[in-house]
Design a protein around this ligand. Structure first.
Ligand code: ADP
Ligand code: MG
Length: 316
């Protein structure tokens, strides 16, 4: 192993396989994570995202392979009685908070009490990041699901771990809050060089934030690349569907709805089925030969109208 490889890799997942019962959930999975790297894990429901995070956290025994944190091997409960490490925090779907104590106390649970003022400042900083300053004194049992999720996130970053595992971290948080929370949380992790592995099925959690993306399918890693490569060159329908409405056209391959435009003249002619209002555009559903195609357009188009289509790819 070269020095550089060692230096840049903190977490190393090497050929791991796992099954709860007989069906393999993960087969021969390998990847690594560098300091401060943001890795997204995507895949359909049941593809093993949560299981992968649990294995990295040492919650289950591997059937095969190894997981290393630097030179330390992460072992499952069979070989390691206490689950959990200082360098690694995990935010799961079960928030595991103390319901009868305040938001501030929950966030500060693992912080040292030796310097009360420092602790107070740190809690204030954390509450600011997850936008819960106004709820500092409120008992957790009175919070909504989304607010509890934010308390769990704040608690996980409280002691500045080196890596944080997040399982669908914004699933309970409404859109209104999600946008700014995502920005402030991921910016904070980058600033502090804290790596994260985020299991998600929302492309907005990935595009704009992730350095690397792993797609799980059929118990294997289907692709491991940057969001840009995956978006611009989706290997198959599963990857494309993650990013939005798309078409699979002979000759062109996979084309997103926003890459199919209405043209003056074209050999691609389709009949409009329906227009859906999407805010800043209309999604047009149309019949092209035997296929249903989707395209984005600035106006709605009447049903049964014949339209000419062209493919316009503006890759960033
Ligand atoms: P994801 O998070 O991608 O939705 P999971 O890791 O939760 O996927 O699940 C992967 C597969 O493992 C699914 O088929 C699921 O039913 C199964 N599974 C998950 N947890 C358990 C468990 N505790 N016991 C048995 N099977 C499980
Ligand atoms: Mg899951």
């Amino acid at each position: 192993m070269s020095f550089l490889y060692y230096f840049y890799t903190m977490l190393q997942v090497k050929n791991i396989s796992f099954s709860y019962e007989t069906t393999p959930v993960l087969k021969d999975i390998s990847f690594s994570v560098r300091p401060g790297e943001h890795l997204s894990v995507i895949g359909e429901s049941g593809s093993g995202k949560s299981t992968l995070l649990k294995l990295i956290y040492g919650e289950h025994n591997l059937n095969q392979g190894h997981i290393y944190w630097k030179e330390t091997e992460i072992l499952g409960p069979e070989h390691n009685l206490i689950i959990g490490y200082d360098f690694m925090k995990s935010v799961t779907q079960e928030f595991d908070l103390m319901p009868y104590t305040s938001v501030a106390e929950n966030v500060g649970k693992y912080l040292s009490n030796t310097a009360p003022n420092l602790k107070k400042d740190r809690i204030a900083e954390l509450l600011h990041i997850v936008e819960l300053t106004a709820f500092s004194k409120v008992k957790v049992k009175y919070l909504s699901g989304g607010q509890k999720q934010r308390v769990a996130l704040a608690r996980a970053i409280a002691k500045q771990p080196k890596i944080i595992l997040m399982d669908e971290p914004f699933s309970h948080i409404d859109n209104f809050k999600k946008q700014s929370l995502r920005r402030s949380l991921f910016r904070y992790l980058k600033e502090k060089n804290i790596a994260c592995i985020v299991a998600t099925h929302h492309s907005e959690d990935v595009l704009g934030y992730a350095d690397t993306m792993i797609v799980l399918d059929n118990a294997k890693i289907m692709v491991n690349d940057t969001p840009n490569v995956l978006y611009n060159d989706p290997k198959n329908r599963l990857v494309a569907s993650f990013f939005g409405e798309f078409n699979e056209l002979e000759k062109y391959g996979i084309i997103y709805a926003n890459q199919l435009k209405v043209a003056e003249k074209s050999t691609l002619q389709a009949t409009v089925i329906q227009s859906y209002y999407k805010g800043n555009f209309y999604l047009i559903e149309a019949k092209y030969q035997d296929n249903t195609v989707f395209l984005e357009h600035s106006h709605s188009i009447d049903k049964d109208q014949i339209i000419c289509l062209s493919v316009v790819k503006n890759n960033l």
